[in-house]
Design a protein around this ligand. Structure first.
Ligand code: GDP
Ligand code: MG
Length: 422
């Protein structure tokens, strides 16, 4: 069986972790292909409730190989905490390989981000301040450190860290912040390297073997298309590419092996952080959906901004992902409203468009809204499409038609079994 990508079509937090956990029960490998510890994937199953930041969402399935892919930036301290926490709470985890080519988030990456954040002249793009953007920036500037290099002898590591430290100090000097040095960085890294060492390696042989043997491999993205560095709402994006096309790079799996793309679609919109959000709702209605949907950031606890379903944004998101089918999540949350708003198009300077524009168009975009009847009854116990109220089935049909991709799964609650196979 070739690889399946599980990816977000909107702003992230669509429920990818929940779907990866469900599908990982049958999968042989789960590869996380980009992003860092700024992700928050909530998983609720028989073992309890877990929030994964860096660990792939298959870590709760003991027979599953989990790979932190080359496209990820790894904060060693956060990963050790996450891994130790998981090992303390479950008797057996999935197997883990951390790609030796993934990049390390170094302590000064966070410090640069904090110092930049305090400067009144820099853009506040609503970051989690975990040094993710800086880790990718250092990577692109060729002054980053790959995870496998943590295992080098001290003299080599010292040589490799020196240009990174110098690059960091250029920022600190410019920002009037305390400078960093190689010695402190090495001392800081030591205990985390010791803990992570058994997991660091080259994941390619194991992945190639699984693919050649027709086993099931899942590739998991963080966030969603609208946060993609190239295809999202730049500059209110993340610093990597959550699109399935990048999974090939970030996981090391050839593009033709990724034959299925499951696009996760939230039944309404939610967004964490700054930037234009065309269908945003405010006041009591937003509060109600936020409370019922428990829309608080899994990584930061920040209340998520809420909006109606946006067909322009989601279509863009699903098509860029190349979604072969959709999973609509949190449909149960819409039981709390009588009438459901949907955005079917944008008007920019008096002109109608169905294409998702760049920032300067997006800030002027007015949503063309339509009202659809709600169903106003709980649906969390429904397991068959035919048992959904007619209005809910019509709503699913509206999503399929406006996005242009068929729906294969409908999620009606956070638990593993709260799923309808279409
Ligand atoms: P991710 O970042 O895409 O993995 O999504 P998050 O885990 O950050 O956010 C999704 C939230 O919705 C989590 O708290 C899930 O437990 C929850 N969730 C997922 N699917 C459903 C669903 O169908 N209904 C409800 N009510 N909650 C869901
Ligand atoms: Mg999340």
């Amino acid at each position: 069986m070739p690889a399946t990508a599980i990816v977000g079509t909107q702003w992230g937090d669509e429920g990818k972790g929940r779907m990866v956990d469900l599908l990982a029960a049958e999968a042989d490998a789960v590869v996380r292909f980009q992003g860092g510890a700024n992700a928050g994937h909530t998983i609720i199953n028989d073992l309890g409730k877990f929030v994964f930041h860096l660990l792939p969402s298959g870590m709760l399935s003991p027979h599953t190989l989990n790979v932190i892919g080359t496209g990820v930036v790894v904060d060693p301290e956060r990963l050790v905490n996450e891994l130790t926490g998981l090992q303390d709470s479950v008797s057996e985890t999935g197997k883990l390989i951390i790609s030796d080519r993934a990049h390390v988030v170094l302590p000064f990456h966070r410090q640069i981000e904090e110092a930049l954040d305090q400067s009144p002249k820099t853009l506040n793009y609503g970051s989690t301040k975990r040094g993710i953007a800086q880790a990718y920036q250092f990577k692109a500037a060729k002054v980053g450190l790959q995870v496998g290099e943590l295992l080098a002898d001290e003299a080599t590591l010292r040589d490799r860290l020196a240009p990174a430290v110098e690059f960091a100090n250029i920022f600190f000097r410019g920002l009037d912040a305390p400078e960093t040095n190689v010695d402190d960085t090495i001392e800081y890294l030591k205990p985390f390297t010791a803990k992570l060492q058994p997991y660091i390696g080259n994941p390619l042989p194991a992945l190639r073997e699984l693919i050649a043997a027709d086993k099931q491999v899942l590739v998991e993205g963080q966030l969603g298309t609208l946060r993609d560095l190239d295809w999202g709402i730049y500059p209110y994006t993340t610093s990597s590419n959550p699109v399935a096309g990048f999974a090939s790079v970030g996981a090391g799996i050839p593009p033709m092996e990724i034959t299925k793309v499951l696009g996760i679609v939230k039944a309404y919109s939610s967004c964490v952080g700054e930037g234009p959000f065309v269908t945003e709702l405010f006041g009591d209605l937003a509060d109600k959906i936020r409370e019922v949907g428990k829309e608080y950031g899994a990584a930061t606890g920040r209340p998520r901004r809420i909006g109606w379903f946006d067909a322009v944004a989601t279509r863009h998101g699903a098509l860029i992902q190349g979604a072969t089918s959709l999973c609509v999540t949190l449909l149960d949350v819409l039981s709390c409203v009588d009438t459901i708003g949907v955005c079917t198009g944008y008007e920019i300077d008096g002109e109608a468009t169905g294409e998702f524009p760049v920032y300067n168009g997006l800030v002027k975009a007015q949503p063309v809204l339509k009202e659809l009847p709600g169903w106003s009854v709980p649906i969390t116990e429904v397991r068959k499409l035919g048992d959904l109220p007619k209005q809910a089935r019509d709503y699913i049909e509206f999503i399929e038609e406006s996005v242009g991709v068929p729906v294969s799964h409908i999620s009606v609650g956070p638990e593993r079994d709260q799923i309808i196979y279409v």
